[in-house]
Design a protein. Structure first.
Length: 322
């Protein structure tokens, strides 16, 4: 009996010793988390009740874990007081289904040639993607509604041409009526928009998701527009990693385009960025959607991880702010 008592006393002493060390370790972890929250506080205060448009596409959409991380980020933004709007793409999934039914995906200057059959597939796929994202948001306890640009006359379009060439039912946005988005947000829903629109004859058109996100950001007067892409951000020379640009003004970005430094898929994207800044959006972010929680890292930390495009007068006043 005495030996058992001694064993218990010894175990208690060891337990207390290790318990103290574990508590100290846990305390350090808690303090680290607290520091992260404190760093985020001024950003939460500054952007409370402000609109943020997130264009979501690329590789981040093809990986379920990355999908859920993006949705968690946007949901958190809503819960801390932002007014987020998601505009999603689905180009890779559309191409997969086009090939699956024995058709060939064709592009002109990066724009999908869209005949009747392709338009039908695109609308089907984008609708499926849209409702999948709605489900993810609602699994996290936030109410979401999926809409397309056809709903409530959100996106009105004309036919878009590629260097004068008719590429079918590809829409060029002529007008945005954001009332349906305002109504949803006012009723505490998170809108998720599929890039499809109607012309004056109520013909359905596929729309480039970057174009749709930019037009919607302008129409709602967004504080921020974030593009989740497949690269880290903007480079002066894509082949030189040391030429990465973390912050740039709209005029500087336009100069890079004029001087021929920007090409490929980044050319229209950067054009959308500068257009948004020139039309009332306060800040545009180009982020690598493959990085988990890239949105939170860019918005809630001093240095961020992507490229921020800002108004000319704001560049010198950023001082570590994103």
């Amino acid at each position: 009996m005495q030996s058992k008592v001694k064993t218990c006393i010894g175990a208690n002493k060891i337990g207390k010793e290790y318990g103290y060390k574990m508590n100290e370790l846990d305390m350090n972890k808690v303090l680290s988390k607290a520091e992260v929250l404190i760093e985020a506080l001024p950003y939460i205060q500054k952007f409370n009740r402000k609109y943020i448009v997130v264009k979501y596409g690329g590789s981040a959409m093809s990986n379920e874990e990355l999908q859920r991380n993006v949705i968690k980020d946007v949901t958190l933004l809503k819960l801390v007081g932002f007014k987020p709007i998601i505009v999603h793409g689905g180009g890779r999934e559309i191409s997969r289904w086009v090939e699956k039914v024995g058709m060939e995906a064709r592009f002109v200057n990066g724009l999908r040639v869209t005949d009747d059959a392709t338009m039908e597939i695109a609308e089907m796929v984008l609708g499926k993607v849209n409702k999948s994202l709605v489900t993810m948001v609602q699994e996290l306890g936030v109410k979401a509604v999926g809409v397309s640009g056809k709903d409530g006359g959100l996106l009105k379009v004309d036919r878009k041409y590629a260097d004068g060439q008719d590429i079918g039912f590809v829409g060029n946005i002529r007008e945005v009526d954001p009332k349906v988005l305002f109504d949803l947000i006012e009723k505490d829903f998170l809108p998720i928009v599929a890039p499809i629109g109607l012309d004056d004859k109520f013909q359905t058109y596929n729309i480039n998701a970057d174009d749709a996100a930019c037009a919607i950001a302008k129409a709602v007067g967004a504080e921020k527009l974030a593009f989740l892409t497949d690269i880290e951000g903007l480079y002066k020379d894509i082949n030189d990693k040391s030429s990465f640009i973390s912050r740039i003004s709209a005029s500087q970005a336009e100069q890079l385009i004029e001087d021929g430094f920007i090409g490929g898929g980044m050319l229209p994207k950067l054009g959308n960025c500068t257009s948004a800044i020139r039309n009332g959006v306060n800040r545009v972010h180009i982020l690598d959607g493959r990085i988990p929680h890239c949105l939170l890292l860019e918005i809630f930390t001093r240095n961020g991880i992507g490229t921020a495009i800002v108004k000319d007068e704001d560049l010198e006043n950023m001082d570590g702010e994103v």
